[in-house]
Design a protein around this ligand. Structure first.
Ligand SMILES: [Zn+2]
Length: 223
């Protein structure tokens, strides 16, 4: 675990049964600790929340930062905040593939949290899937939808980014839970058919911490 402290204390009895993945839709900051501080500032000062909405932040460089206490309900995915942990990947993964280091840390973290909370791979989901899960669709039904169909049916966000194939990520977690996170990275890179991106270290605008409601077109390679 990273050495940094959580933002805020344990406030209630969050019961993590799901892991919900997000992306920040920003280019940076590169380091998770810097991003977590920026998100905390935004969520407390602009939105008036108790603390940063996510429980973990994963930097572009693969660093990991603690967010709000895992025993405290999150503020990241309507309908799931009392029964999940929110994990935010820094970066705009609508436009870029998550870097190798970031996916490696995510894979390690997800496997650890699955073990600690007895969460199955089928409960590792993206924020974009929560909208339709809330409406009673199954993940199989959701997986069969294109991004355009997801949006038209009410998915409000792309999290954790259109370049993140959640079905493939879950299949990898379920089929070989002991393997290296590296395999997950390769699956993602293959899917997108691109090289790993390099995300320029740019200051994150203070007003940004999460995708706006989706208006962008999904990527062409998605079928
Ligand atoms: Zn999200």
């Amino acid at each position: 675990m990273p050495q940094a402290k959580y933002f805020g204390e344990k406030r209630n009895n969050n019961q993590p049964r799901w892991l919900v993945l997000h992306h920040s839709w920003t280019d940076g900051p590169v380091k998770a600790a810097d991003a977590a501080r920026a998100f905390d500032r935004y969520h407390t000062q602009e939105k008036g929340w108790d603390a940063i909405g996510y429980h973990f932040v994963i930097g572009v460089d693969g660093s990991l930062a603690l967010g709000r206490h895992p025993g405290t309900n999150g503020a990241h995915a309507k309908g799931f905040n009392t029964r999940s942990l929110g994990l935010c990947l820094v970066g705009n993964l609508d436009q870029r593939v998550p870097p190798h280091e970031q996916m490696s840390t995510l894979g390690d973290l997800v496997r650890r949290l699955m073990g600690e909370h007895d969460i199955p791979a089928s409960h590792v989901i993206g924020h974009r899937e929560t909208y339709l899960l809330n409406r009673g669709l199954t993940l199989d039904q959701i997986d069969s939808l294109s991004p355009a169909e997801l949006l038209s049916r009410g998915a409000g966000k792309s999290c954790p980014g259109w370049n993140f194939n959640l079905m493939r990520f879950r299949n990898r977690l379920a089929s070989d839970p002991g393997n290296e996170a590296l395999d997950i990275v390769e699956a993602e890179a293959t899917l997108a058919g691109r090289d790993e991106p390099s995300i320029p270290p740019r200051a994150m605008p203070a007003e940004a911490s999460h995708p706006p409601r989706m208006t962008a077109e999904p990527p062409e390679w998605w079928v």
